[in-house]
Ligand binder design. Structure first.
Ligand code: 2M8
Length: 430
């Protein structure tokens, strides 16, 4: 499957190849992001994967989400990793022996969370085959779990007390080493690299990954949280941030959950209300008019974080967003170069910390580009949306479904055969 900037990819071949990636990464009850780098189930990956998988097998897409929901904790949190018990414990770091967590014996998980894309995915998966979903009681079983998940985020995670969900670890944003976290992380005492053994470097180039110093800080934050029993109130969080992408996804998921509630005979009104409240809080607390972008807020150091990351563009997907025109200008401006670079870069192209190949410090990612694509469609920007779609399909075809691509050259980096890349392609082709 080949496609360059000038020749469009062969659609049938691309579809077949994407389906093959999802088949290869399927474990029997869920899909691993990558057979090498990430050999377990990841929370927001599964939601994006289900959105693509529904076009191949709605039943399997339901199963994907059910496996994750089955690992839900009593407090409502959905863990960011559900460990595959058939995979050796040391295949990934930090593995189950590090986290020492799980909802009950036999299910091992991490103790942190990832962005709430699940209700959105569940609704779309349901719509792909309502009859099959109905036979399996998919929505009826998913609804209380999804509602409990959102409740967890709205209560225990409202660390700022003003209506937004906070993240307590960079991994929770899904954008691990975004330059947005450099400031808040500078306060965290890193664990020395001799105290842990990274596995990611066995499978990916170190120039494409976070540094050892980053990892030292990730390990410190995760072990502090673990040593306080993953108790949000009891942990003295050295890192606590309100992230616009995380909260915009919560808005989209609350809106989807309102539809789910309606479909199962529950009251949709509280979900719609919550979506309105989170949108209002996003605008009130994270919107930065001078830059025309949503920024992250540092709850420990105080104030907005003046780094321009793609998380700030994600609220574009929120229906009726009053600042959509400003966000569109920013997307098309020099920082994100929409239409002039490959897909949507994860960080300001003109920023001091921009690195085109290093993970979340510049590379373009398929899940985020898809959210921006949905935002463009939402606000009637059809031509720009079509161009972005074409750019994503080309990049996926050229790179063998890479984990991320260099926005300047389109060259793939990280793992190939990456599940949400393939799933996003299937979604775009549907
Ligand atoms: C990356 O994060 C994990 C930790 O959760 C890692 O670096 O090992 C991120 O890209 C994250 O967004 C993603 O969910 C995960 C699995 O694809 O990998």
């Amino acid at each position: 499957v080949r496609g360059t900037r000038s020749d469009a990819p062969d659609v049938a071949g691309l579809h077949r190849a994407a389906a093959r990636v999802l088949l290869t990464n399927w474990t029997g009850s869920s899909t691993v992001p990558s057979r090498t780098l990430y050999p377990h189930q990841w929370s927001w990956d599964s939601a994006f994967i289900a959105l693509g998988l529904r076009h191949l097998s709605p039943r399997r897409a339901q199963r994907e989400l059910e496996t994750l929901l089955g690992a839900q904790w009593d407090d409502g949190r959905l863990p960011h990793i559900v460990f595959d018990t058939a995979t050796p414990a040391d295949a990934y770091f930090p593995g189950p022996r590090f986290w020492r967590a799980g909802p009950y014996p036999g299910v091992r998980t991490s103790g942190i969370v990832q962005p709430p894309v699940h209700a959105l995915a569940a609704w779309e998966v349901f719509r792909a085959d309502p009859a099959e979903a109905g036979r399996r009681g998919f929505l009826t079983r998913a609804y209380p779990r999804l509602a409990a998940w959102h409740r967890y985020l709205g209560t225990r995670r409202d660390l700022g007390g003003r209506g937004l969900a906070a993240i307590v670890h960079p991994w929770e944003s899904g954008m691990d080493n975004s330059p947005c976290w450099d400031g808040p992380l500078a306060r965290v005492e890193p664990v020395p690299p001799s105290r842990f053994r990274r596995r990611d470097l066995d499978h990916a180039a170190s120039a494409d990954r976070p540094t050892d110093l980053d990892y030292g800080r990730y390990v410190r934050l995760a072990s502090d949280y673990r040593d306080h029993g993953y108790d949000d109130a009891a942990t003295p969080h050295a890192f606590a941030v309100e992230d616009p992408a995380f909260n915009a996804l919560l808005v989209l998921s609350e809106l989807a959950l309102a539809r789910v509630a309606d479909a199962v005979g529950a009251d949709p009104a509280p979900h719609r209300k919550r979506a309105e409240e989170v949108t209002a809080a996003l605008l009130d607390l994270l919107w930065d008019a001078p830059s025309g972008l949503f920024l992250c807020r540092d709850l420990v150091g105080g104030g907005l974080i003046r780094e321009y990351g793609v998380a700030g563009l994600v609220p574009l997907a929120v229906p009726g967003l009053p600042v959509a025109a400003d966000l569109l200008r920013t997307a098309a401006g020099e920082r994100f170069g929409l239409g002039r670079v490959h897909m949507v870069p994860s960080y300001d192209l003109t920023g001091h910390a921009f690195e085109p190949a290093r993970y979340w410090r510049g590379p373009s990612w398929f899940n985020i580009s898809r959210l921006v694509h949905l935002g463009l469609l939402e606000h009637g920007e059809t031509a720009r949306a079509d161009a972005l779609r074409a750019s994503m399909l080309r990049a996926a075809a050229r790179s063998g479904f890479a984990e991320y691509v260099d926005p300047l050259t389109g060259e793939g980096h990280g793992s190939t055969g990456f599940a949400w890349t393939a799933a996003t392609v299937l979604d775009l082709l549907a």
